[in-house]
Design a protein around this ligand. Structure first.
Ligand code: ZN
Length: 450
């Protein structure tokens, strides 16, 4: 009865497969939040920014969808509002994007929807299955230019971000500035990161001196700062020196930086193209460097099967780690499976290497002469050794084993921040993982500034 007085609990998802003209799912979501608040919606969670399997072929730039969760008297009004805003902002009419809106009313998320959401993090979910499920669960939806966007919309609806999660504060530009250079002082980004470490992440790439909080395209995002807590993100935002007006600012709760896409174990016997996951095993070949500087090696799974692995050039220093691998090294790798082509079998596009136990590096050398300490020479296979200096012969002498030091230490190795996926869990987040809990919105989670 109490719930009814406050209205229905509504889950509303927007997936706007970004067009090249700079559509942006989160911006449509921000406008939608503002209008829903005016309609009297009471939000029960931050807008959820759900990143999906980054290794699927029809991915959008960020492959993310947004789910809003709120109480409202008239759910249909919310649906109409969402479809209108998507049409106004997504370039769907020009045929440049394939957005979708989906709405579910209910206190809980149906198990099958949760299952779809879990699978969408690492697998390829069929559009036909998404449509069938939406019909069966009474999910109201609208799509444009095909139904591809429905998968992402349902995946966002069904993902309550119940395990580990992070936040991102996004600031949006005034329309007059879209497409112009973003006026955020890089020095202030460096300072902000220094002051907020380890509670913000991937704001800056030290190696290349590149600011990562500002996107490059013509989209309305001015910057996005990722981190652990909403209040801290607002402090971080206040540290930036920004020389242009900010229209809107909104805090999202998200699975970014949680590694959620790599939890699934891969089967090296049948690596399914476009799936993401991880595999533990022994390095089975010496790494080779191919054209373009990509490094390749083969991993033998603990239960057999072999997976061809590639550490591509953009992953920078991760290739140094790959080149230092030796056959017999026990490692875990995570990444996405690329389909086979004429030149290669199904290939894992490696996103991390966890070195568990480096193999001993051995070299076999001829024995030393016991008389004069010179290296002896072989007298032929199974014939023993002879000293070239003093003539000493030893038919029973054998090669000696020399243990070489390994340059590779056990531990986790990631690409530099600029090459990480939205979902990649950065080093500093290890030990900071959250475990669900009650979500309480801070007052300034949504602000119109201009
Ligand atoms: Zn000798």
């Amino acid at each position: 009865l109490k719930a009814e007085a406050q209205g229905f609990l509504v889950h509303l998802a927007v997936e706007d497969t970004d067009s090249s003209r700079g559509g942006c799912t989160t911006y449509v979501a921000a406008l939608l939040v503002e209008e829903l608040l005016e309609l009297g919606a009471v939000f029960t969670d931050y807008p959820n920014l759900v990143r999906l399997n980054p290794n699927i072929p029809y991915k959008t730039r960020g492959n993310g969808a947004v789910a809003l969760r709120f109480r409202i008297k008239e759910p249909e009004e919310a649906f109409q509002l969402a479809t209108r805003l998507v049409e106004e902002h997504s370039y769907a009419r020009e045929g440049l994007s394939e957005p979708a809106v989906a709405l579910l009313v209910g206190e809980s998320i149906p198990a099958e929807l949760g299952e779809l959401a879990g699978r969408a993090l690492w697998d390829l979910v069929e559009v036909s299955y998404a449509k069938e499920l939406a019909a069966r669960l009474g999910i109201r939806f609208k799509t444009w230019n095909g139904d591809v966007g429905l998968v992402g919309a349902l995946a966002a609806l069904g993902n309550r971000l119940e395990g580990d999660f992070t936040f991102e504060v996004l600031a949006y530009r005034e329309r007059a500035y879209w497409g112009t250079e973003r006026r955020v002082d890089p020095e202030s980004v460096v300072e902000m990161e220094r002051w907020t470490y380890p509670y913000t992440f991937n704001s800056y790439d030290r190696e290349k001196g590149r600011v990562l909080i500002t996107p490059r395209g013509p989209d309305p995002v001015l910057y996005g700062i990722r981190g652990e807590e909403p209040q801290l993100l607002l402090k971080a935002a206040a540290m930036l020196r920004v020389a242009e007006p900010i229209e809107l600012r909104l805090i999202f709760r998200t699975n970014q930086g949680t590694g959620a896409h790599l939890k699934n174990p891969l089967d090296p016997h049948h690596p399914k193209p476009h799936t993401s996951g991880r595999l533990r095993g022994y390095v089975a070949s010496n790494p080779t460097t191919g054209p373009g500087g990509h490094v390749y090696f083969t991993l033998q799974g603990l239960e057999g099967g072999r997976l061809y692995c590639a550490v591509y050039e953009p992953t920078g220093g991760l290739r140094r780690v790959a080149r230092a691998l030796l056959p017999g090294d026990l490692v875990e790798v995570g990444g996405g499976v690329r389909p086979p082509a004429e030149t290669h079998p199904p290939t894992l596009n490696v996103e991390y290497i966890l070195v568990l136990r480096p193999a001993a590096s051995r070299r076999y050398v001829n024995p030393l002469c016991p008389r004069c300490r010179a290296r002896m020479k072989s007298m032929g296979r199974g014939q023993g050794y002879r000293c070239g200096r003093c003539g000493h012969r030893d038919p029973r002498a054998r090669k000696q084993v020399v243990e070489l030091p390994r340059t590779l230490s056990p531990g986790l190795y990631l690409p530099p921040p600029r090459a990480q996926r939205h979902l990649t869990k950065p080093y500093q987040r290890y030990g900071l993982e959250k475990r669900g809990g009650t979500i309480k919105l801070i007052k300034e989670w949504f602000t119109r500034l201009h």
